[in-house]
Design a protein around this ligand. Structure first.
Ligand code: SF4
Length: 635
């Protein structure tokens, strides 16, 4: 293990000067004002990047005597490599823009600067407040690894295990955060040379101070002469997108950002503190899913938001709450159980190989509800199956057989991976007997493996694509569910799917909203208005178009004696939306007393109809029912 430098006093950490001379001057001035000695100031690398003044910034940093970890830009420049090594996807906007700014830096830096870069350490170890921390640029072993607040905890745990320390200070991703991962610290001070994509011109640094019973971590904003820095970039002929970013606080591209960070774009960060106590128990580094305590940044809900969605009859400001009556039970959904072979990052129902909050429904239980439909002549035409992964349920094929044999249409939401493929023969037999009444909807979150696996985990793309190809080749009635969480242009996203489908001979029209359904993300922090009885006419909406006007979902809670019926697929766990144990009991009206009712159904235009009541319900494995483009209608 590397020798560690011991600190008894405050350490200032900053990242990414990015050739921004004005920001670098401001940071060093700030360190002087705070009376923090240069050897207590640590830079997490990328001294050189987007900005106008690579030479002057390097000289200033060298003269200052602060400690610097080598970033990927220093690594590339020192080695004479012709690109920045940031890890941008080939052909992406970041990749194209980097060619210009990297060439600018490469042209101006001399051999002496490159030799200094070559001599920088790839890692510094420090000891502060009795804890040992590794300071790196990206990941412990991979200099250009992007690790964000939303990066899975098990990946951070892996990096921490590789570092062999109590905590890790990283840079590279450009957005500051502090988390405790299995008791260990993960801290990113952000970058000073570019704003944090938060819609402000400020950039970020931090102070780590040992205190009696732990370490205090302060995230501080840096104000500097961003107008001069932007002007210098334009004068140097550098890409306008990054010059504008200094003035708007918004990056020119979201290519490298995960969905969570994209969703938070433009929300101003608020300076704040976190505390890492000595009492934090360091979890064994082999734990599969370590607990994460996200300490900063926080986006507090406005006071008014806290009082919403409490009373089923009245909104927070006293208006009668909107309700939706059951027009007809057109579709009955069965949640076959929350167990899944995957643990997706943003699964609304938190399915995983261990989550059995909703247990497996049995064939007999499903048959009981089918009997009720027939007995009471409810006119239901379609039965939907969702999970978890429905094909993990040991009685799935029998349930499907019952549904189809009784003349219903069946729609199964699946990831089309091994659990489905194990039933290949049985599915072929069902398709043979019942033809197009058996439809499959495959969750392929994005047409690219990178984005799909960002959500669903490594090695999940290919098996799903293989399953999709198998279904297509064997003539199954097919649709695909994707997501719109990356802020991409929807037409471009459909074009991407179209290319993929064509390449693999998948007969799905990616430009047909009922065949490729792109679902918006649920943002639990978004501010939404409540729906009153007056909203229908004001918004020109019809309560009969809401999913709960034409469907219900059957779930079985762990420990419950029998299944129960909930209002819709979106709210499986909410006790207020549990309507009874029989379809008859569940046939009353539903009070729209949840944020999802407002955001996804009324304002987002979500319905089970996907714009056409004769088509299949537009419900994805993320549980969201949506028109082809509800995100555009969100307020
Ligand atoms: S979330 Fe939508 S479908 Fe579910 S109860 Fe609310 S309005 Fe109805």
């Amino acid at each position: 293990m590397n020798p560690a430098t011991r600190y008894e006093r405050t350490v200032l950490v900053f990242g990414g000067p990015y050739s921004n001379l004005e920001a670098t001057r401001a940071l060093l001035d700030q360190a002087r004002r705070l009376e923090i000695a240069p050897d207590h100031v640590i830079c997490t690398g990328d001294v050189v990047a987007y900005g106008a003044d690579p030479v002057a910034t390097v000289e200033l940093i060298r003269r200052s005597g602060v400690r610097v970890v080598r970033g990927n830009c220093e690594q590339s420049l020192a080695a004479g490599i012709s690109d920045c090594g940031c890890g941008f996807s080939p052909g992406s906007a970041c990749d194209r823009l980097s060619a210009a700014w990297f060439a600018h830096a490469d042209r101006h830096l001399d051999e002496d600067a490159r030799a200094w870069m070559a001599g920088l350490p790839s890692r510094l170890d420090i000891e502060i407040g009795g804890r040992r921390l590794a300071v790196v640029h990206g990941g412990t072993e991979t200099v250009n690894r992007f690790i964000f607040a939303s990066t899975a905890s098990r990946e951070k745990q892996r990096e921490l295990a590789l570092a062999g320390t109590d905590g890790l200070i990283g840079g590279h991703c450009g957005i500051p955060f502090t988390q405790i991962v299995g008791g260990r610290l993960w801290h990113n001070a952000g970058a000073i040379g570019l704003p944090a994509h938060d819609g402000t011109t400020r950039s970020w640094y931090s102070l780590l101070t040992p205190e009696g019973d732990g370490i205090r971590i302060e995230h501080r904003a840096l104000e500097y002469d961003h107008a001069s820095a932007a002007r210098a970039m334009r004068d140097a002929g550098l890409p306008e997108g990054y010059a504008a970013a200094l003035e708007t606080g918004i990056w020119p591209s979201c290519d490298v950002l995960p969905a969570r960070e994209i969703a938070q774009a433009g929300r101003p960060l608020v300076p704040g503190q976190a505390f890492w106590p000595h009492s934090a128990e360091l979890a064994p580094s082999r734990r599969r899913e370590p607990a994460v305590d996200h300490l900063w940044p926080a986006f507090p809900k406005a006071e008014a938001e806290r009082h919403k969605f409490r009373d089923p009859d009245f909104t927070a400001d006293g208006h009668p709450r909107g309700r939706v009556g059951l027009r007809q039970l057109e579709t009955l959904w069965f949640n076959t159980g929350t167990l899944c072979n995957l643990t997706c990052r943003n699964c609304y129902i938190e399915s995983s190989p261990r989550n059995d909050r909703l247990v497996y429904l049995t064939r007999a239980e499903v048959a009981g509800y089918l009997d009720e439909i027939e007995r009471n002549r409810l006119g239901t035409s379609e039965i939907g199956f969702t999970g978890g992964e429905p094909f993990l349920n040991p009685e799935m094929i029998g349930m499907l057989d019952d549904v189809l044999s009784r003349g219903f249409r069946a729609l199964v939401l699946t990831n089309a991976m091994r659990p489905m493929m194990r039933h290949g023969k049985a599915l072929l037999a069902l398709r043979e007997r019942h033809g197009g009444r058996l439809a499959m909807r495959v969750s392929l979150d994005h047409f690219s493996a990178r984005r799909h696996e960002e959500e669903r985990g490594p090695r999940t793309y290919r098996p799903t694509l293989d399953g999709l190809v198998w279904l297509a080749r064997n003539g199954f009635e097919l649709s695909v569910a994707g997501r719109t969480m990356w802020g991409e242009d929807l037409d471009e996203e459909r074009d991407g799917y179209a290319r993929l489908f064509e390449e693999h001979g998948i007969q799905v029209d990616a430009h047909d909203g009922a065949r490729l359904i792109l679902f918006p993300e649920m943002d639990p922090d978004a501010e939404v208005p409540e729906i009153t009885t007056g909203c229908w006419s004001i918004l020109g909406k019809n309560p009969e178009d809401m999913m709960c006007a034409s469907s219900r979902m059957v779930v079985k809670r762990k420990g419950a004696e029998r299944p129960s019926v909930v209002a819709c697929t979106l709210l499986p766990y909410e006790p207020a939306f549990e309507l009874g144990t029989t379809l008859e009991e569940a046939s009353g009206s539903v009070a729209l007393n949840h944020r999802h009712c407002a955001k996804f159904c009324v304002l987002g235009g979500a319905s089970c109809s996907a714009g056409d009541r004769a088509t299949k319900p537009a419900v994805g494995k993320n549980g969201v029912a949506a028109t082809p483009d509800p995100a555009e209608a969100l307020v």
